[in-house]
Write a protein that binds this ligand. Structure first.
Ligand code: DGL
Length: 273
């Protein structure tokens, strides 16, 4: 029997599901293993050292469970831990790879803008790292990038308080602030994988001249292209069409949220890290 070698997906909580959903749609043939560190979310307000330490623990867990390829479906981890993991940790794991979500976004999002002015929304950690500014200046130098941190949004999503009026008012306040600060932007990039859960709400609050862009489809396309270019990795992946979800939090709550987001029944197990 073929050994199970799923593609690993990691996020601090539910956010990475918005990326996994698009990847599953584009490449349904593979096996997937998702790990949400819900018990320790949010990561966005934590120090570089802590985000790195937690992210690496989770990546190692996915490696131990058979993943050769892990996607950090989390901007905060991609900003604060990915480079160190790729440069130092992977030396001891030949044949394993870890990818992030910031570079694939910076590679193409500039093309969506006519005014060459975009705003990136993210966690405090992602925004203060300036990773988006660096990546855009290198990959899309014509794009002027404004940044705005929304530290309340991930807690609102993890607690599901975005569904009530108080939560919606907090989101609207940030959007109104962004619109008053940045003139002439025509793209709003949701640079946190949790935020697409709010996409419909955000679209209600922004004028139709601004495109609200989520990363899911972008990352899915970029992953497909990575696998086409790295056939040695593609050949290692098992193709059993299974998906398993692990959470460090409450599996019942995870199951509710994940089935709602993915619109399918999901198989969730609790894990201690
Ligand atoms: N989904 C994570 C991201 O993309 C959220 C980080 C957090 O837990 O604050 O940044």
């Amino acid at each position: 029997m073929h050994k199970l070698s799923p593609i690993g997906f990691f996020d601090s909580g539910y956010g990475g599901l918005t990326v996994l959903k698009e990847v599953q749609q584009l490449m349904p043939q593979y096996d997937y293993l998702y790990l949400g560190d819900n018990a320790r979310a949010p990561y966005g307000t934590k120090s570089v050292e802590t985000v790195y330490e937690y992210t690496w623990e989770c990546v190692k867990t996915l490696f131990d469970k058979g993943c050769d390829l892990v996607v950090l479906a989390c901007n905060t981890a991609s900003a604060k831990a990915l480079r160190k993991i790729q440069q130092f940790n992977l030396v001891n794991y030949p044949g394993k790879r870890v990818l992030g979500v910031i570079r694939p976004s910076a590679e193409i999002v500039g093309d969506f803008s006519q005014s060459n002015k975009i705003v990136v929304l993210g966690t405090e950690g992602t925004i203060s790292s300036n990773t988006y500014i660096e990546e855009f200046s290198f990959l899309s130098p014509q794009t002027q990038v404004f940044q705005y941190a929304c530290p309340q949004w991930v807690p609102l999503i993890e607690s599901r308080d975005y569904e009530n009026e108080k939560g919606k008012a907090l989101i609207r306040k940030d959007i109104d602030n962004i619109l008053s600060l940045y003139d002439d932007i025509d793209v709003m990039l949701l640079g946190c994988t949790h935020y697409p859960i709010l996409q419909r709400l955000i679209e209600e609050y922004v004028p139709s001249t601004i495109q609200v862009i989520s990363q899911g489809e972008i990352v899915a396309g970029s992953l497909a292209s990575y696998l086409n270019r790295h056939t040695w990795m593609r050949d290692k992946l098992s193709e059993g069409k299974t998906s398993l979800y692990l959470t460090t939090g409450d599996p019942k709550e995870f199951e509710d949220m994940a089935s709602k987001l993915l619109e399918i029944e999901v198989n969730v197990e609790s894990i201690k890290i």
